[in-house]
Design a protein around this ligand. Structure first.
Ligand SMILES: Cc1cc2nc3c(=O)[nH]c(=O)nc-3n(C[C@H](O)[C@H](O)[C@H](O)COP(=O)(O)O)c2cc1C
Length: 330
């Protein structure tokens, strides 16, 4: 029996990738993740702003910073302390510490200047590059649509590196299916569905914002499952299921929906890196029980067929169906 899978041209010994986070910001921590069974890691992200500040290009940016001048100081300080050279060293150190693939990550929002940096990431030895594109849906840009900016970023990065490129996106698009398929045909190798954005809450006694909603809950997996299931057959790149994968059952669900791999972060903060071992052994036990000798033997199985597709497409709860959805008690 084999739990091997492939993602963006990389062979993974199992489908569990540790997502970008503070768990992946040092070679020592990454080594530990490998020892606990991680098949690959995405490094903590470097910010586009750090790259621009480091190259003195920040001030040339358009009025993005004009209304928020403090950002320049913050980003400049940030860059000096924790800048691009450190990031390059992190890639090199991680690569010499572990045998699993190391994917670099950039948080970005514009296609300007910074994509040339992708060459340095490639030269440092990274196995791939993940772009965490984070354009707030609250941003109102008269120039171009949010979707156009995504496509422009990918085009620039693609022109600057031969590394396999993945894009991690959120779900705030007016037409998710159309945009994801369009993005998948730009020459990228992977798409991560979905990122989990910051979710501010309100403390009604202290009358202020509450920021303690940092980690996902297992129930959040359903959003990713739906879109992986609906799109896995339609996209031209590999899909990774992310957000809300907390245990082996979550891994199996994403694979049954059609994902090539999963990314996990919150599960590690909640249960430690041992969570990875449990996911791998749970997956193996489940495969044995169901007589599958490879992931390809069952990948995408529950996404197929008109009935399942219809269920994933359904948005409204139906009052009286075949009994699958019960009417709420009055
Ligand atoms: C503490 C913390 C730090 C994170 N840092 C990054 C980051 O640097 N870059 C990034 O793309 N995503 C980052 N993320 C998002 C995660 O990679 C992931 O997409 C998200 O947590 C959803 O997955 P999960 O449900 O397994 O936590 C971070 C998440 C957490 C909780």
């Amino acid at each position: 029996m084999s739990t091997t899978t492939s993602y963006m041209g990389l062979t993974l010994k199992n489908p569990i990738i540790v997502g970008a986070s503070t768990y992946t910001n040092s070679a020592a921590k990454i080594k530990k993740l490998e020892q606990h069974g991680a098949a690959a890691v995405v490094l903590k992200s470097l910010y586009e702003e750090q790259i621009l500040a480091d190259s003195g290009k920040l001030v040339e940016q358009d009025d993005m910073y004009f209304w928020y001048p403090e950002a320049i100081d913050v980003v400049n300080g940030f860059s000096k302390e924790d800048g691009v050279n450190e990031y390059i060293n992190l890639i090199k150190d991680a690569k010499s510490a572990v045998d699993i693939p190391v994917i670099a990550s950039i948080n970005c929002r514009t296609p300007k200047e910074w994509p040339a940096f992708a060459q340095k990431i490639e030269s440092a030895g990274a196995d791939g590059l993940e772009l965490n594109i984070y354009i707030s849906p609250a941003d109102i840009d008269a120039g171009r649509s949010v979707e156009e900016t995504y496509l422009a970023i990918v085009k620039e990065v693609r022109a600057n590196t031969k590394l396999p490129v993945a894009v991690k996106i959120g779900y705030y698009f007016s037409d998710v299916a159309r945009f994801v398929t369009q993005l998948s045909s730009t020459g990228i190798e992977g798409l991560v569905l979905f990122n989990r954005y910051f979710r501010p809450d309100i403390d009604i006694e202290a009358l202020r914002l509450a920021n303690d909603n940092i980690f996902s809950a297992p129930q959040e997996i359903t959003l990713s499952l739906r879109w992986v299931a609906l799109l896995a057959d339609k996209v031209e790149c590999d899909l990774v299921g992310a957000t809300g994968v907390h245990d082996y059952a979550g891994v199996v669900k994403e694979l049954l929906a059609g994902a090539r791999a999963v990314q996990v972060v919150s599960a590690l903060y909640k249960s430690g890196p041992q969570a990875i071992e449990k996911m791998v052994s749970g997956l193996e036990t489940w495969m044995q029980k169901h007589n599958y000798d490879s992931i390809d033997a069952f990948r995408g199985m529950v996404a197929k067929g008109p009935e399942n597709t219809a269920a994933f497409e359904r948005v409204q709860f139906m009052r009286r169906t075949t009994g699958q959805y019960q009417e709420a008690p009055r």
